[in-house]
Every structure is written in C-alpha cells, then in structure tokens.
Design a protein around this ligand. Structure first.
Ligand SMILES: [Zn+2]
Length: 218
C-alpha cells in the first residue's frame, strides 16, 4: 500500500516549467508533456501553497544550439562551468513559447520564479543555476515562508525536476517527486541516471494519488 501524504501548511508544491515550448507543438517538446497538466491541476488544488517556475531565456542564450555555429541541438559544449547540453531555441522571454500552458489551473500560486535569464548560464534547477553557485533565491524564499517539504512536478523529469529535487535536498528540504505528474526527455540515459540519483539521495518518487488534502487546505 502506498504511503499517504497529508498536505499541510509547511508543504509547498513546486511546479516546474509547464510552458508551451516544453509541450507537444512547442520548440523543445517533452513527449506527452501536456498529459500531466490535468494531474497537476488536480493535485495543486490540495496544496495551500504552490510555486511555479518559468524557464525565461534572453535571445541568443548560451544554451541554444543556434548560438554556436556548426552545433546542433542535443550536442554538448564545454563552457566556463562545465559541460552544457545544447537545446533548440526555447522559452524566449516574452514569446508565446515561454507562456504557461493555458490549461494550467493554479490561480493560487504564490510565486512565479523565473530562471535562465542570465545569457551565459543555463539554469535547470529552480535553486541554483548550472554553474552550481549562482542562487536563484528560492531556498531563501522557502525558508522565510517556513516550508519544510517540497513536492515536485513538471517538465522535464530528468532535467529541471531532477536538479530542482536534488537542490531542494541539498538546501535541507525534504524533497518528494510526484512521478506521474512529470514527463522526461531521456538524453543519453538521463532517465535511468535520475532514478539512481534520487535513490542515492533518499528522494522519494510517489504517485499523485498518494497526496491527500490536509486541514490547512481549503
Ligand atoms: Zn531552458
């Protein structure tokens, strides 16, 4: 029997990058990425506290293959902070691709955290940019708000959800991933690597059905 998680006032749902470009029809579509939106909507209603992240790149961003002559999407390059996967142009600031999906229903979200806005640093994680030292400010925000458990959902399981869960853990929060509310892209075995990493860090993967509304939610 799956353990039940009763959601209270020190719990927050972190909804990662539910944006048009990451869903079918978008520039960097995660297969079946759109299928998780109703799952997230149903789950978000059980949380009093919801935070959304939004990938938000300037034109000519370092992570775009188009910024590197001769390079193709999904190839890698070495940059100042290490290896960077190159992506199709996506989530460019102010474009429709960067908008949240119109069917995402989280009107009570308390914070929209934008990431990836530094031209020369990508940011998979909601907590740290890819140089692993530049902070987004989210850990401070969550601590000031008194949250202790972070539940994660969104796109993509093996990139932005993975790094966000890992960093939530690193920042001292209890991180739990709602697996059926995520979809992945699987670049070079990244799905399996993510599951291994979660296991080694004690990050649980649970189904959305294990989430129960607590007294703190209305
Ligand atoms: Zn991006």
């Amino acid at each position: 029997m799956t353990e039940r998680f009763t959601i209270g006032d020190s719990d927050v749902l972190l909804v990662v990058d539910i944006q048009n470009d990451f869903c079918p029809g978008g520039n960097l579509a995660v297969p079946q990425g759109d299928e998780i939106v109703p799952v997230i909507n149903g789950m978000a209603a059980k949380f009093a506290h919801v935070v959304l992240t939004q990938d938000w790149h300037p034109r000519g961003h370092l992570s775009f293959a188009s910024s590197h002559p001769g390079k193709k999407p999904y190839e890698t390059i070495e940059v100042a902070y290490g290896t960077q996967v190159l992506w199709p142009d996506h989530c460019v600031q102010g474009t429709a691709g960067a908008d949240f999906r119109s069917d995402l229903k989280t009107p009570h979200a308390e914070l929209v955290l934008r990431k990836g806005y530094h031209r020369d640093i990508d940011s998979y994680s909601a907590f740290y940019e890819n140089d692993r030292t530049t902070r987004t400010g989210l850990a401070g925000y969550l601590r000031e708000r008194g949250f202790r458990r972070v539940f994660l959902a969104g796109l993509a399981f093996d990139f932005c959800v993975r790094y966000s869960a890992e960093d939530a853990c690193r920042e001292g929060f209890e991180a739990t991933v709602i697996e059926d509310a995520c979809r992945g892209i699987d670049v070079d075995g990244s799905m399996a690597a993510t599951r291994e990493l979660f296991k080694s860090l004690g990050i649980r993967c649970i189904p959305a059905s294990a989430i129960a509304a607590g007294l703190a939610t209305t």
